[in-house]
Design a protein around this ligand. Structure first.
Ligand SMILES: [Cu+2]
Length: 533
């Protein structure tokens, strides 16, 4: 799609949803695409959208293990179709882990093995990836390692997409380690405490299948974190933020080329930059409200959107202190807490923050807003501050020890260019000019080596690396950005920007992925494989 088309989309959005705010930022940045802070297009819902702040914030249930032994906790999740109520009075068919959206929250202990048996009773193949997991390759959810439906699977012949994106690799030549019905994913969890999430990673159809509900939290705890007096228990709350559009009957609206998600990947050309919905969900509920005591809360913010970036802020801000004290990122606790006025989150990024509601008078309504949205997408959720309570929590000045990867010790630099490009004769998204090929290893880093990986972007691309986290060294000719602190596994690249990260892979050899986590880009070939050796 041309820039002109994108700009038209943006102007349409401005016209529909409050010209004043958007026009101001338009002038500031001077470029239509960038002012929205998005590389994506808005898809609007066909029915009425719900009243904001009318439903309580749901918190996904924590899954109990089926059994545990000396070393391992065993879980079983059934992937199934379900109807859930997201919009009041309407049913939304989902693809759900245990039939829920978000899926159940799994909680693991660092150093203790977790085995999750997934049973696929859906009509489509799936792949489970534990995002942020330090996981052996056979269990990492390589996109062609399909778990086929228990009820059988016939992909059909496609829809004339020819040798389209990835040449429909799910059906043929790129066959991976394919199972039918049941698959055990084993996670050693030799890694520190962090907010991880699990989601679908099926070749060519990740965007559509995550959009329909295949995402959940997986939290890892450890001794270092538990020794801290951070808010815990009911005041440690995961927030999965994502946007969706809805059909008139309540079904998710998504512009998949192949409605049955059988053989033709990708979305209609108008949405190939990414799909933005006009309803913001938190833990699966539209613009929910949460009653909070006038005390400190820890929120584990996950941007689980396919393509939408957010700039989160609190309105009103607290009478004193920072609105958000960031204590963690993708890869766990930061070394020191970081005061943040806003949190800018690209798809798949996590931010652990503490909000101190004792800085508000009881009765105050505090809205979490999205400064990159407009109209309905400018709000996220609301907190209603109730009474004062005893609060023993605190935010220590030192949170954790973080080993610094010294860029001077890097043995090499690799460049990864993320750009629009030709994918087997069609428009798509490429890395270093090439579409994904599951058999082609584009790098062979050695375990234990520190490398600098330079990511370059034409537009917004949230770049995610599997197996091990990295540390941001610089953005262009500056140091790391405000939201780059600590261990990261996803970094928010902005148009024409490059970001250098220091990375070191450990423990496991085999094929892994790096890819864009704008899921429409990912499905339209913006992935690359590397093999650790
Ligand atoms: Cu991208």
């Amino acid at each position: 799609m041309s820039t002109a088309l994108s700009r038209r989309g943006f102007l349409g959005l401005v016209g529909a949803a409050g010209a004043a705010g958007a026009a101001g930022s338009f002038g500031l940045a001077g470029c239509g695409r960038d002012t929205t802070g998005q590389t994506a297009q808005l898809l609007t819902s066909l029915g009425p959208t719900p009243r904001p702040y009318a439903v309580p914030l749901p918190v996904p249930a924590v899954k109990k293990p089926l059994r545990s032994d000396a070393t391992t906790d065993y879980y079983e999740i059934v992937q199934r179709v379900a109807d859930v109520e997201i919009l009041p009075g309407l049913r939304t068919p989902i693809l759900g882990y245990d039939g829920t959206f978000p899926g159940p929250t799994l909680v693991s202990r660092s150093g203790r093995r977790t085995v999750v048996r997934h049973r696929n009773t859906l009509p489509v193949p799936t792949v489970v990836h534990l995002h942020g997991g330090h996981t052996p390759p056979d269990h990492d959810g390589y996109p062609v390692d399909l778990l086929l439906p228990a009820g059988g699977w016939n992909p059909g012949t496609g829809h004339g997409h020819g040798a389209g994106h990835g040449a429909s690799p799910t059906t043929g030549s790129m066959a991976g380690d394919v199972r039918k019905g049941v698959r055990d994913y084993a996670y050693p969890f030799h890694q520190r405490a962090a907010t991880l999430w699990y989601h679908d990673h099926r070749m060519d159809f990740t965007g559509a299948q995550v959009y329909r509900g295949l995402a959940g939290f997986h939290l890892v705890h450890d001794d270092e974190e538990e020794a801290l007096p951070l808010p815990s228990g009911e005041r440690d709350v995961p927030l999965m933020i994502c946007d969706r559009a809805f059909e008139e009957d309540g079904a998710f609206r998504y512009p998949a080329l192949d409605r049955e998600l059988r053989s033709t990947p990708g979305v209609t050309s108008a949405y190939m930059e990414g799909v933005l919905g006009d309803v913001i969900l938190v833990n699966g509920a539209p613009w929910p409200v949460m009653e909070v005591a006038a005390a400190r809360y820890r929120f584990r913010i996950l941007n689980a959107s396919n393509a939408r970036r957010y700039r989160l802020a609190l309105d009103p801000g607290p009478r004193e202190g920072a609105p958000f004290v960031q204590i963690g990122g993708d890869g766990g606790l930061l070394e020191h807490p970081l005061d943040q006025d806003t949190i800018v989150a690209a798809p798949a990024e996590r931010f652990d923050v503490v909000v101190d509601f004792s800085a508000y008078r009881p009765g105050t309504l505090v809205t979490m807003v999205n400064q990159l949205g407009s109209g309905p997408t400018a709000r996220v959720m609301r907190f209603r501050v109730t009474g004062r309570v005893k609060d023993d929590s605190a935010i220590p000045a030192r949170l954790a020890r973080i080993e610094k990867l010294d860029p001077a010790k890097a043995v090499r630099t690799r460049e990864w260019r993320f750009s629009r490009g030709d994918v087997h004769g069609e428009k798509g998204w490429t890395i270093n000019g090439r579409p994904f090929d599951a058999r082609r290893m584009d790098a062979r880093p050695r375990l234990g080596d520190i490398e600098i990986w330079r990511f370059q972007a034409d537009l917004h691309h949230p770049v995610h690396v599997h197996l091990d986290p990295f540390q941001v060294v610089r953005r262009g000719n500056r140091g790391p950005g405000r939201f780059d602190a600590g261990w990261k596994d996803t970094v928010d690249l902005r148009p024409t920007e490059y970001v250098d990260v220091a990375v070191r892979f450990t423990d496991y050899t085999g094929p892994y992925l790096l890819h864009c986590h704008n899921l429409e880009h990912e499905d339209m070939a913006m992935m690359a494989a590397f093999a650790t050796t």
